[in-house]
Ligand binder design. Structure first.
Ligand SMILES: *Cc1c(COP(=O)(O)O)cnc(C)c1O
Length: 370
């Protein structure tokens, strides 16, 4: 064993979730594997998603896409966020599709493509109401015009038109109807101007599941592939969490009543008790805000972390229950054994499950199982 805390990633759950999403939405799937597949390990997850029928992969940055290429993955990959200092030549050479949201970027990509003699594959990003990437209605005509000009010159191919939803986890939110209408209008404008996109795409996980009008030609699920419910207020169709985070009891000992536990003595034992040291801390992705709050499964039941989460460790107060050095502790997982889920952890510390899985530290090995 290399490290006491490990993230077990069940690739069969990833495959089942991809199939379930494709079926629920009735559309091809771009599996979003940015940020090391939300902490799950980009290459094994990408391969599993493709095996399950995903036809595209999506990442944020071109370097993430090139890492997939270096691993031998040849499926289409979209790098959605392309800062101006992106190595466009390398991305074009690697056959990476690029998300382009400004005229300046069209020109930079086209120049790199012209130098290479290979057209760049681009997806024009519409800002339909999130005020993040892409152009609003005001800037859209100029973006479309610049892209068509570059296409006529043979420097780019406009593969896609796309946008992103701000509130798809709240189907009643008024922005949903505004964004879907704006997308239809902006797609219509581009097509009338002469764009012939292969793909128009808008839906992330919660949109793919709950907003049929956003599905267009392809869905772009991320979180749901990992089995986590993207809209915890709404039911999901039976996704299975892929990741289980485990660690190993390192010291177990009796301490007297009145013992202060961990930094700052935020926890004081109220009786003689057994404390167990778990060697996982905020460097591994256990939120420090989970001090005295988060629950883990140890010695047969769920127990709150006692006191501060440290960089490399935290402590449990297990009372008089038997626990031994070497015993497994399940931090979170699918919930089958009574352990907390990543969604439970997120709720407890005021964040989203996206952050819980994505923030795992680099020293935590991802162990892929089937
Ligand atoms: C991350 C991301 C997704 C996936 O979002 P989920 O909510 O995880 O499904 C889809 N599209 C874009 C542009 C993204 O950045």
């Amino acid at each position: 064993m290399t490290h006491p805390t490990r993230a077990l990633v069940d690739l069969s759950a990833i495959r089942d979730n991809v199939r379930l999403l494709a079926e629920a939405a009735g559309r091809p799937v771009m599996a979003m594997v940015k940020a090391d597949a939300y902490g799950h390990g980009a290459v094994p997850v990408a391969k599993a998603a493709l095996e399950a029928g995903a036809s595209w992969l999506g990442v944020a940055f071109a370097d993430e896409a090139l890492a997939l290429r270096a691993a031998g993955i040849t499926a289409p990959v979209l790098a959605g966020v392309c800062p101006p200092d992106t190595d466009f030549a390398a991305a074009i050479a690697g056959g990476v599709d690029l998300g382009v949201g400004s005229v300046g970027l069209v020109r930079a990509v086209a120049a790199a493509a012209a130098a290479k003699g290979v057209p760049a594959r681009i997806h024009l990003k519409a800002d339909t109401g999130m005020s993040r990437g892409g152009q609003t209605r005001d800037g859209w005509p100029a973006l479309v015009e610049a892209a068509l000009k570059a296409e006529a010159e043979g420097a780019v191919r406009i593969i896609g038109l796309w946008s992103h939803m701000a509130c798809s986890d709240e189907p009643e939110h008024p922005s949903v109807a505004r964004q879907t209408a704006a997308f239809a209008e902006m797609v219509g404008y581009a097509e009338r101007a002469g764009v012939r996109p292969e793909l128009r795409h808008l839906a992330n996980s919660s949109a793919a599941l709950h907003l049929p009008e956003t599905r267009w030609d392809l869905i772009r699920p991320g979180l749901a592939i990992y089995g986590l419910n993207p809209a915890p207020a709404l039911p999901d169709p039976g996704l299975r969490p892929a990741m289980t985070l485990t660690s190993t009891v390192t010291v177990a000992k009796r301490v007297p009543a009145g013992s202060g536990v961990s930094y700052g003595h935020l926890y004081i034992t109220d009786r003689e008790t057994t404390v167990a040291l778990v060697p996982a801390g905020y460097a591994d992705g256990v939120p420090r805000s989970g001090s005295n709050v988060l629950e883990v499964l140890a010695a047969g039941r769920r127990r709150k972390i006692a006191g501060r989460v440290c960089m490399d460790q935290f402590v449990l107060d297990v009372g008089d229950d038997p626990i031994e050095e070497g015993d497994e502790v399940v931090l979170f997982g699918p919930g089958d054994r009574g352990e907390a889920t990543a969604t439970d952890w997120a709720d407890a510390v005021g964040t989203v499950s996206y952050e819980i899985v994505t923030r795992l530290g680099g020293r935590v090995p991802r162990v892929h199982t089937d």
